[in-house]
Write a protein that binds this ligand. Structure first.
Ligand code: SF4
Length: 455
């Protein structure tokens, strides 16, 4: 067994660390210590560090002896309000638009995609559209907040990389995954357009483990797109770590560098991966890109998910400026309720806050912030925050001290009888200010805004 592990390590000498770990586990059913020692020697990475990285991925198992040394990790159940979004709700389209025009129409082959109007953006390239024209339509269409990165990557003269992140982390936010499932060629067309615009030749799509079944159709769609577009670009699908903070851009980049999949301080990975300039975008952006360039119209739509006390829960395609009250009205909400915007790291809003665009509450350009849960009359925001905080305390990565301590303290304070609201508010404000990443900051906002609902 060990000889085989060493052979795998030897054969995959040049492969990324994560790929080698997966190959070892797939061969032996777990990560044997001897194999990891070989890996440590081969990659000149300390054994402790390899264990630290592998232990961050729930998918890896170790030798019995090592497994027994893992700290016991009780699974915190998902709060009830988050479980309502699982499964079918992600796929139920309440208000479609240009971005979702093929939703539910079995656009899962290139022929069918063409029949339904796909490939019209790639056709413009065949008609002579230049990369700089594609880039200027992306920038003028205001499709992304990362104008500078697109321009910077496009002007480099050497290898460039595109990373599409479809790890929302929050189970409430499955709307983009549902779109990738329904319209895989639109994503493929979009990322090939981005490759043409920027000159990137390699790209990686990170999927959360919950959506691993999309790997095959998306890989097939990308292969067809390469064949028919003649754009020199290769896309690889990677199953990411599937942790609550996976929506942070730096998490896939850390995984690609063979580091612990945790958020990084600003700037650590922002410009390069494997010394190559990198553009990271949420996967849904590429579908928007295909729709915009294909229709030649301004389509600045996003997918929102509405659950809770509404006539019908599901997904709504609407412009980026749509307000909370417009979205919950579309789903059949009555009156002026309280709404949790942004899921497990979200903000409770009510009153005038409902008239603000959802984008005002987004902490980054990621669908995890575009989930709306409408509270019923009998729901109590603080009780919901307590359930969310208990889940967050177990599932946030624990990389930075304010959140490692603050998220646990908040969960304890909320579980104690008779809440000490003053200490709770101070702890939440500290986390919102000092947490390293948006997900941790949002965990503070969840509790802070629930306290404000009581005021
Ligand atoms: S804020 Fe929380 S989730 Fe973010 S890096 Fe720090 S510990 Fe991890």
């Amino acid at each position: 067994m060990e000889a085989r592990g060493s052979q795998i390590v030897e054969d995959m000498r040049e492969a990324p660390l994560l790929d080698v770990l997966r190959a070892l586990q797939s061969d032996a059913g777990h990560l044997a210590r001897e194999s990891l020692e070989s890996l440590s020697r081969s990659k000149l990475i300390s054994l402790d560090r390899i264990y630290g990285i592998a232990a961050s991925y729930p998918e890896f198992r170790f030798d019995d002896e090592e497994e027994g040394r893992r700290p016991p990790r009780e699974e915190a159940p998902l709060p009830a309000f988050a479980t309502v979004a699982e499964g079918e709700v992600h796929r139920r389209m309440l208000a479609p638009g240009p971005l979702t025009s093929r939703y539910g129409k079995e656009a899962t082959s290139l022929g069918r995609y063409r029949e339904l109007g796909g490939m019209s953006a790639i056709a413009r390239i065949e008609d002579g559209m230049k990369p700089e024209q594609v880039l200027s339509e992306v920038l003028l269409g205001d499709l992304t907040r990362r104008h500078g990165t697109w321009q910077r990557v496009a002007t480099y003269a050497w290898d460039r990389v595109i990373v599409a992140n479809n790890q929302t982390g929050d189970p409430l936010a499955g709307q983009v995954s549902a779109l990738l499932e329904q319209d895989p060629y639109a994503f493929a067309e979009g990322i090939y357009l981005a490759a043409y615009a920027t000159g990137a030749r390699e790209g990686y799509l990170f999927l959360g483990p919950r959506y691993a079944h999309l790997s095959e159709p998306l890989t097939a769609a990308a292969a067809d797109m390469k064949l028919f577009s003649k754009i020199d670009f290769e896309l690889e699908v990677i199953i990411g770590p599937g942790i609550l903070v996976s929506s942070e851009d730096s998490v896939p980049l850390a995984a690609m560098h063979g580091e612990r999949p945790v958020p990084a301080s600003e700037g650590k990975f922002s410009e390069k991966v494997w010394s190559k300039p990198v553009l990271v975008e949420n996967a849904g952006l590429f579908t928007v890109l295909a729709a915009v360039l294909g229709t030649r119209e301004r389509v600045n739509n996003r997918l929102y998910q509405v659950t809770g006390d509404v006539r019908e829960a599901g997904v709504i395609e609407a412009p980026a400026e749509t307000t909370v009250s417009e979205l919950i009205g579309e789903a059949g909400s009555h009156g002026r309720p309280q709404v949790l915007v942004g899921g497990l790291s979200g903000t409770f809003v009510s009153g005038d806050g409902l008239e603000r665009p959802v984008s005002d509450y987004e902490r980054s350009d990621n669908p995890r912030w575009r989930t709306l849960h409408v509270l019923a009359a009998e729901d109590d925001a603080l009780e919901m925050a307590a359930a969310g905080a208990a889940y967050n305390a177990r599932n946030l990565c624990g990389y930075c001290i304010p959140c490692r301590i603050g998220s646990v303290r908040m969960a304890e304070l909320l579980a104690a009888p008779g809440h000490d609201l003053e200490t709770l508010a101070e702890t939440a404000a500290m986390l919102e200010k000092c947490g390293l990443c948006n997900v941790g900051k949002g965990a503070g906002a969840l509790v802070r805004s629930a306290i404000e609902m009581r005021a």
